[in-house]
Design a protein around this ligand. Structure first.
Ligand code: SAM
Length: 259
Protein backbone atom coordinates (compact mmCIF):
# COMPACT_ATOMS: atom_id res chain seq x y z
CA UNK A 1 0.00 0.00 0.00
CA UNK A 2 1.46 3.39 -0.87
CA UNK A 3 1.78 5.80 2.06
CA UNK A 4 -0.56 8.20 0.27
CA UNK A 5 -3.38 5.70 0.71
CA UNK A 6 -2.61 4.86 4.32
CA UNK A 7 -4.64 6.71 6.95
CA UNK A 8 -3.13 7.93 10.22
CA UNK A 9 -5.05 5.17 12.07
CA UNK A 10 -3.01 2.47 10.36
CA UNK A 11 0.38 3.52 11.74
CA UNK A 12 2.09 2.04 14.76
CA UNK A 13 0.60 3.74 17.84
CA UNK A 14 3.97 4.08 19.56
CA UNK A 15 5.31 6.03 16.62
CA UNK A 16 2.23 8.26 16.48
CA UNK A 17 2.43 8.94 20.23
CA UNK A 18 6.12 9.74 20.09
CA UNK A 19 5.60 12.10 17.16
CA UNK A 20 2.60 13.93 18.63
CA UNK A 21 4.11 14.08 22.16
CA UNK A 22 6.49 16.68 20.80
CA UNK A 23 3.68 19.03 19.84
CA UNK A 24 1.59 21.43 21.92
CA UNK A 25 -1.53 20.25 20.10
CA UNK A 26 -2.43 16.93 18.52
CA UNK A 27 -5.17 18.37 16.31
CA UNK A 28 -6.24 21.67 14.71
CA UNK A 29 -7.32 24.40 17.13
CA UNK A 30 -6.02 27.44 18.98
CA UNK A 31 -6.32 29.21 22.35
CA UNK A 32 -8.53 31.83 20.63
CA UNK A 33 -10.94 29.16 19.32
CA UNK A 34 -11.06 27.46 22.75
CA UNK A 35 -11.92 30.79 24.41
CA UNK A 36 -14.49 31.67 21.76
CA UNK A 37 -16.30 28.36 22.43
CA UNK A 38 -16.03 28.94 26.17
CA UNK A 39 -17.74 32.32 25.69
CA UNK A 40 -21.04 30.51 24.94
CA UNK A 41 -21.03 28.67 28.29
CA UNK A 42 -22.58 30.41 31.26
CA UNK A 43 -23.10 27.92 34.08
CA UNK A 44 -19.62 27.54 35.57
CA UNK A 45 -18.66 28.17 39.20
CA UNK A 46 -15.86 27.13 41.56
CA UNK A 47 -17.78 23.89 42.23
CA UNK A 48 -18.06 22.93 38.55
CA UNK A 49 -16.79 19.58 37.27
CA UNK A 50 -15.40 19.67 33.76
CA UNK A 51 -14.04 16.82 31.64
CA UNK A 52 -11.84 17.19 28.54
CA UNK A 53 -12.17 13.94 26.60
CA UNK A 54 -9.33 12.94 24.26
CA UNK A 55 -7.29 15.73 25.83
CA UNK A 56 -3.93 14.66 24.34
CA UNK A 57 -1.07 16.47 26.05
CA UNK A 58 -3.56 19.14 27.19
CA UNK A 59 -2.77 22.34 25.24
CA UNK A 60 -6.46 23.31 25.11
CA UNK A 61 -7.10 21.99 28.64
CA UNK A 62 -4.62 24.45 30.11
CA UNK A 63 -6.23 27.34 28.18
CA UNK A 64 -9.63 26.23 29.43
CA UNK A 65 -8.49 25.76 33.04
CA UNK A 66 -6.85 29.18 33.11
CA UNK A 67 -10.21 30.79 32.27
CA UNK A 68 -12.68 28.79 34.36
CA UNK A 69 -13.04 27.98 37.99
CA UNK A 70 -13.79 24.43 39.09
CA UNK A 71 -11.97 21.17 38.53
CA UNK A 72 -10.91 19.86 35.14
CA UNK A 73 -10.22 16.20 34.39
CA UNK A 74 -8.40 15.45 31.14
CA UNK A 75 -8.88 11.92 29.85
CA UNK A 76 -6.87 10.23 27.11
CA UNK A 77 -6.17 6.69 26.01
CA UNK A 78 -2.40 7.19 25.83
CA UNK A 79 -0.35 7.16 29.06
CA UNK A 80 2.52 9.14 27.50
CA UNK A 81 0.16 12.03 26.67
CA UNK A 82 -1.23 11.96 30.22
CA UNK A 83 2.27 11.99 31.73
CA UNK A 84 3.05 15.15 29.75
CA UNK A 85 -0.40 16.58 30.61
CA UNK A 86 0.18 16.20 34.37
CA UNK A 87 3.75 17.49 34.21
CA UNK A 88 2.62 20.61 32.35
CA UNK A 89 -0.37 21.15 34.65
CA UNK A 90 2.09 21.21 37.56
CA UNK A 91 4.44 23.57 35.71
CA UNK A 92 1.47 25.90 35.12
CA UNK A 93 0.53 25.76 38.83
CA UNK A 94 -2.84 24.15 37.98
CA UNK A 95 -2.24 20.77 39.66
CA UNK A 96 -4.74 21.37 42.50
CA UNK A 97 -7.73 21.40 40.14
CA UNK A 98 -6.47 19.94 36.86
CA UNK A 99 -5.71 16.24 36.58
CA UNK A 100 -5.02 13.98 33.63
CA UNK A 101 -6.17 10.36 33.78
CA UNK A 102 -5.69 7.45 31.40
CA UNK A 103 -9.01 6.10 30.17
CA UNK A 104 -11.25 5.60 27.18
CA UNK A 105 -14.03 7.88 26.05
CA UNK A 106 -16.24 4.84 25.48
CA UNK A 107 -16.03 3.86 29.17
CA UNK A 108 -16.09 7.10 31.12
CA UNK A 109 -15.19 6.91 34.83
CA UNK A 110 -17.74 9.56 35.88
CA UNK A 111 -21.04 9.28 37.76
CA UNK A 112 -24.34 10.02 36.02
CA UNK A 113 -25.09 13.76 36.05
CA UNK A 114 -21.69 14.53 37.60
CA UNK A 115 -20.39 16.92 34.95
CA UNK A 116 -21.24 20.57 34.26
CA UNK A 117 -19.28 20.64 31.02
CA UNK A 118 -17.87 18.07 28.60
CA UNK A 119 -15.11 19.47 26.38
CA UNK A 120 -13.56 17.58 23.49
CA UNK A 121 -11.45 19.10 20.70
CA UNK A 122 -10.89 16.99 17.60
CA UNK A 123 -11.35 13.71 19.45
CA UNK A 124 -14.98 12.53 19.46
CA UNK A 125 -14.39 10.95 16.02
CA UNK A 126 -12.56 8.15 17.84
CA UNK A 127 -15.90 6.67 18.86
CA UNK A 128 -18.01 8.52 16.29
CA UNK A 129 -19.93 11.79 16.67
CA UNK A 130 -23.44 10.41 17.18
CA UNK A 131 -22.30 7.64 19.51
CA UNK A 132 -20.33 10.13 21.63
CA UNK A 133 -23.28 12.55 21.79
CA UNK A 134 -25.61 9.80 22.93
CA UNK A 135 -23.29 8.01 25.36
CA UNK A 136 -21.83 11.12 27.02
CA UNK A 137 -25.20 12.79 27.65
CA UNK A 138 -25.98 10.88 30.84
CA UNK A 139 -22.79 12.15 32.51
CA UNK A 140 -23.96 15.78 32.17
CA UNK A 141 -26.15 17.50 34.71
CA UNK A 142 -29.46 18.73 33.26
CA UNK A 143 -28.57 22.10 31.72
CA UNK A 144 -24.91 21.05 31.44
CA UNK A 145 -22.92 21.92 28.32
CA UNK A 146 -21.05 20.06 25.62
CA UNK A 147 -18.36 21.80 23.53
CA UNK A 148 -16.78 19.68 20.81
CA UNK A 149 -14.88 20.30 17.62
CA UNK A 150 -15.52 17.92 14.75
CA UNK A 151 -14.51 17.66 11.11
CA UNK A 152 -17.36 18.83 8.89
CA UNK A 153 -18.15 19.54 5.24
CA UNK A 154 -18.75 23.20 4.39
CA UNK A 155 -20.55 22.47 1.13
CA UNK A 156 -23.17 19.99 -0.08
CA UNK A 157 -20.77 18.70 -2.75
CA UNK A 158 -17.01 18.46 -3.09
CA UNK A 159 -14.28 17.14 -5.42
CA UNK A 160 -13.98 13.38 -5.63
CA UNK A 161 -10.38 13.22 -4.31
CA UNK A 162 -11.14 14.88 -0.98
CA UNK A 163 -14.47 13.08 -0.66
CA UNK A 164 -12.71 9.72 -1.03
CA UNK A 165 -9.95 10.69 1.43
CA UNK A 166 -12.48 11.46 4.14
CA UNK A 167 -14.68 8.46 3.39
CA UNK A 168 -11.61 6.26 4.01
CA UNK A 169 -10.58 8.13 7.13
CA UNK A 170 -13.85 9.14 8.82
CA UNK A 171 -17.08 8.41 6.92
CA UNK A 172 -19.11 10.12 9.66
CA UNK A 173 -17.91 13.54 8.47
CA UNK A 174 -21.06 15.43 7.48
CA UNK A 175 -22.37 18.90 6.69
CA UNK A 176 -22.88 21.46 9.47
CA UNK A 177 -26.73 21.36 9.28
CA UNK A 178 -26.65 17.55 9.53
CA UNK A 179 -24.31 17.66 12.54
CA UNK A 180 -26.60 20.17 14.25
CA UNK A 181 -29.62 17.96 13.55
CA UNK A 182 -27.75 15.03 15.16
CA UNK A 183 -27.05 17.16 18.24
CA UNK A 184 -30.75 18.01 18.52
CA UNK A 185 -31.83 14.38 18.04
CA UNK A 186 -29.49 13.30 20.84
CA UNK A 187 -31.36 15.50 23.36
CA UNK A 188 -29.36 18.72 23.37
CA UNK A 189 -30.23 22.29 22.46
CA UNK A 190 -27.72 23.49 19.85
CA UNK A 191 -26.36 26.74 21.30
CA UNK A 192 -23.75 27.80 18.73
CA UNK A 193 -21.42 26.57 16.04
CA UNK A 194 -18.49 28.21 14.31
CA UNK A 195 -15.87 27.21 11.79
CA UNK A 196 -12.33 27.16 13.15
CA UNK A 197 -10.23 29.72 11.23
CA UNK A 198 -7.57 28.49 8.83
CA UNK A 199 -4.84 29.55 11.26
CA UNK A 200 -5.99 26.74 13.59
CA UNK A 201 -4.67 24.35 10.93
CA UNK A 202 -1.77 26.24 9.36
CA UNK A 203 -0.23 28.17 12.25
CA UNK A 204 -1.22 26.04 15.24
CA UNK A 205 -1.19 22.52 13.79
CA UNK A 206 0.89 22.15 10.61
CA UNK A 207 3.65 24.77 11.14
CA UNK A 208 4.83 23.29 14.49
CA UNK A 209 5.07 19.89 12.79
CA UNK A 210 7.77 21.01 10.32
CA UNK A 211 10.70 20.89 12.81
CA UNK A 212 9.25 17.76 14.46
CA UNK A 213 9.19 15.99 11.08
CA UNK A 214 12.83 16.95 10.44
CA UNK A 215 13.87 15.67 13.87
CA UNK A 216 11.85 12.48 13.47
CA UNK A 217 13.42 11.63 10.09
CA UNK A 218 16.85 12.44 11.49
CA UNK A 219 16.23 10.24 14.53
CA UNK A 220 15.02 7.24 12.49
CA UNK A 221 17.14 7.28 9.31
CA UNK A 222 16.07 4.59 6.85
CA UNK A 223 13.09 3.57 9.00
CA UNK A 224 10.25 2.94 6.58
CA UNK A 225 7.46 3.36 9.15
CA UNK A 226 8.80 6.76 10.28
CA UNK A 227 9.18 7.93 6.68
CA UNK A 228 5.66 6.74 5.86
CA UNK A 229 4.15 8.51 8.87
CA UNK A 230 5.79 11.79 7.91
CA UNK A 231 4.80 11.36 4.23
CA UNK A 232 1.21 10.67 5.23
CA UNK A 233 1.03 13.79 7.43
CA UNK A 234 2.55 15.90 4.66
CA UNK A 235 0.01 14.51 2.22
CA UNK A 236 -2.81 15.37 4.64
CA UNK A 237 -1.48 18.94 4.88
CA UNK A 238 -1.26 19.24 1.10
CA UNK A 239 -4.88 18.09 0.79
CA UNK A 240 -5.93 20.65 3.38
CA UNK A 241 -4.21 23.45 1.48
CA UNK A 242 -5.87 22.33 -1.77
CA UNK A 243 -9.40 21.67 -0.48
CA UNK A 244 -9.79 23.87 2.62
CA UNK A 245 -12.84 25.63 1.22
CA UNK A 246 -14.73 22.32 1.34
CA UNK A 247 -14.02 21.09 4.89
CA UNK A 248 -12.53 21.93 8.25
CA UNK A 249 -13.19 21.70 11.94
CA UNK A 250 -16.35 23.17 13.41
CA UNK A 251 -16.87 23.88 17.10
CA UNK A 252 -20.35 22.81 18.26
CA UNK A 253 -21.66 24.06 21.60
CA UNK A 254 -24.82 22.45 22.97
CA UNK A 255 -26.78 22.29 26.19
CA UNK A 256 -28.40 19.20 27.69
CA UNK A 257 -32.17 19.69 27.94
CA UNK A 258 -33.32 20.37 31.51
CA UNK A 259 -35.73 17.38 31.36
N1 SAM B 1 -7.79 17.37 22.11
C1 SAM B 1 -6.40 17.34 21.69
C2 SAM B 1 -6.12 18.51 20.77
O1 SAM B 1 -7.07 19.11 20.25
O2 SAM B 1 -4.94 18.82 20.58
C3 SAM B 1 -6.04 16.01 21.00
C4 SAM B 1 -6.76 15.72 19.72
S1 SAM B 1 -6.11 14.27 18.89
C5 SAM B 1 -6.61 14.56 17.23
C6 SAM B 1 -7.22 12.98 19.42
C7 SAM B 1 -6.92 12.45 20.82
O3 SAM B 1 -7.84 11.41 21.16
C8 SAM B 1 -5.53 11.83 20.97
O4 SAM B 1 -4.88 12.42 22.06
C9 SAM B 1 -5.81 10.35 21.22
O5 SAM B 1 -4.84 9.76 22.06
C10 SAM B 1 -7.17 10.42 21.90
N2 SAM B 1 -7.94 9.16 21.85
C11 SAM B 1 -8.05 8.28 20.84
N3 SAM B 1 -8.92 7.30 21.16
C12 SAM B 1 -9.36 7.58 22.42
C13 SAM B 1 -10.27 6.94 23.31
N4 SAM B 1 -10.92 5.84 22.97
N5 SAM B 1 -10.48 7.49 24.52
C14 SAM B 1 -9.82 8.62 24.89
N6 SAM B 1 -8.95 9.28 24.09
C15 SAM B 1 -8.73 8.76 22.87
Amino acid sequence: MSNKNKTIHEFDFNFICEYFSRLERQGPGSPEATLKALGFIDNLTGQSCIADLGCGTGGQTRTLAAHVQGSVTGLDLFPDFIRIFNRQATQSGLQDRVEGIVGSMDKLPFAEEELDLIWSEGAIYNIGFERGLNEWRKFLKPGGYLAISESSWFTAERPEEIHRFWMDMYPEIDTIPNKIAQIQRAGYVPVASFILPESCWTEHYYAPQVPVQEMFLHQYPGNEAAAELVASLRHEEELYRRYKEFYGYVFYIAKKMEQ
